[in-house]
Design a protein around this ligand. Structure first.
Ligand code: 5AD
Ligand code: FES
Length: 360
């Protein structure tokens, strides 16, 4: 017997079938879901929204993920690697504008010189910000020694999306070789958690071959893994990638967008005190996409503070927003829009995951 949708929303623990039902909600039911997730958010973490100034400092990548615009074999990409002084300038900007935290993101690389360069950058960022700027890293799979080095140098959060918790689906969207293994991805996440990072993961939503059951399993995976932070966004096909051939089999962009909002809402109800980012990919579909995500359950936004001239070259997907605006413009327009979404910016605060704090 099916319980009523409203009774379902009040349940303490969702089964896989419950989650599938919630993810398929539309109309009044979808509205009730968003109302509930909004209430949970206010009750457990409040209406503060925290900034993470995002620096996409290099699009050089050794991996070849079948969905990603900056995959190694895409010869049409202009590869760049921003000079350390420029990265430090962006860090200074984030610090002076009271962003609280920044994210260093790049394609995957792990040669020793690169590893040492990141360690040095981390120490420099800590120094120029008097230890005030929180630092998240998002540079893919590394060995535990590297993760430890970066942790010791001052990084305290790491983002590594699992992309899909279903190993079979993962294999369909990655080349079939040692370099792209689901087991390694899991091992890396475990190692980040063991070292003591606030550990973030996420998935793409609306991938070819992906089912509602996969997505329900993704949310259950995040809960079981006891993840601290989540960033998940719609899959957006890129015409210079192999997955583009499936474009006619995908949900519409609007459906992927709504489904992402429902994923965020359900996750907020399941994991009340984690940090959830309003993914930039939402904004590629709807100019107010990130604000809608904040309203229904997300609490983190990642303003792009990459030096402007390089932004157009970090195209993981097409129609990426804000590629020709300066970081200043972004701050101003964002402040107004966050207020519109009933949020309040947590200036000058790290905005750590309350979940992580409760685990330690
Ligand atoms: N559409 C949406 N998200 C993408 N990512 C990479 N390519 C795409 C795409 N085409 C996401 C992946 C990766 C993160 C940095 O960007 O989930 O982990
Ligand atoms: Fe760079 Fe996937 S293409 S990590």
């Amino acid at each position: 017997m099916n319980i009523s949708f409203n009774a379902l929303l009040q349940k303490e623990n969702f089964s896989k079938d419950d989650i599938i039902r919630l993810l398929k909600a539309s109309g009044e039911q979808e509205k009730a879901l968003f109302k509930r997730s909004h209430e949970v958010k206010l009750e457990y973490i409040g209406n503060k929204v925290y900034f993470r100034g995002l620096v996409e400092f290099s699009n050089i990548c050794k991996k070849d993920c079948l969905y990603c615009g900056i995959r190694a074999t895409n010869k049409e990409v202009n590869r760049y690697d921003i000079a350390d002084e420029q990265i430090l300038k962006a860090a200074k900007f984030a610090h002076e504008h009271k962003y609280g935290s920044m994210v260093l993101q790049a394609g995957e690389r792990s040669d020793p010189a690169f590893v040492d360069r990141i360690s040095q950058l981390l120490r420099d960022i800590k120094k120029i910000s008097n230890n005030e700027l929180g630092i998240t890293i998002s540079i893919g799979e590394q060995n535990p020694e590297t993760y430890q080095k970066w942790f010791d140098a001052g990084a305290h959060r790491y983002l590594l999306r699992i992309e899909s918790s279903n190993a079979e689906l993962y294999n369909k969207i990655h080349p079939n070789n040692e370099e792209h293994s689901h087991a390694t991805r899991l091992k890396c996440l475990k190692s980040l958690q063991d070292i003591g990072y606030q550990t973030g993961t996420g998935v793409m939503i609306g991938l070819p071959f992906q089912t509602y059951e996969d997505l329900a399993n993704d949310l259950l995976f995040m809960k079981k893994f006891d993840i601290d932070m989540v960033g998940m966004g719609p899959f957006i096909e890129h015409d210079q990638t192999p997955l583009y051939q499936y474009k006619d089999q995908l949900m519409s962009l609007n459906e992927r967008f709504r489904l992402t909002l429902r994923m965020i809402a359900v996750l907020r109800i399941m994991m009340k005190d984690i940090n959830i980012a309003a993914a930039t990919a939402l904004q590629a579909i709807d100019p107010l996409g990130r604000e809608k995500a904040l309203k229904i359950g997300a609490n983190i936004i990642m303003p792009n503070i990459t030096p402007t001239q390089e932004r157009a070259n970090y195209l993981l997907y097409q129609n990426k927003p804000c590629i020709d605006e300066g970081a200043d413009d972004c701050t101003n327009c964002m402040e107004a829009r966050i207020n519109m979404a009933d949020g309040e910016i947590g200036y000058g605060q790290w905005g750590d995951s309350l979940h992580y704090k409760s685990r330690h």
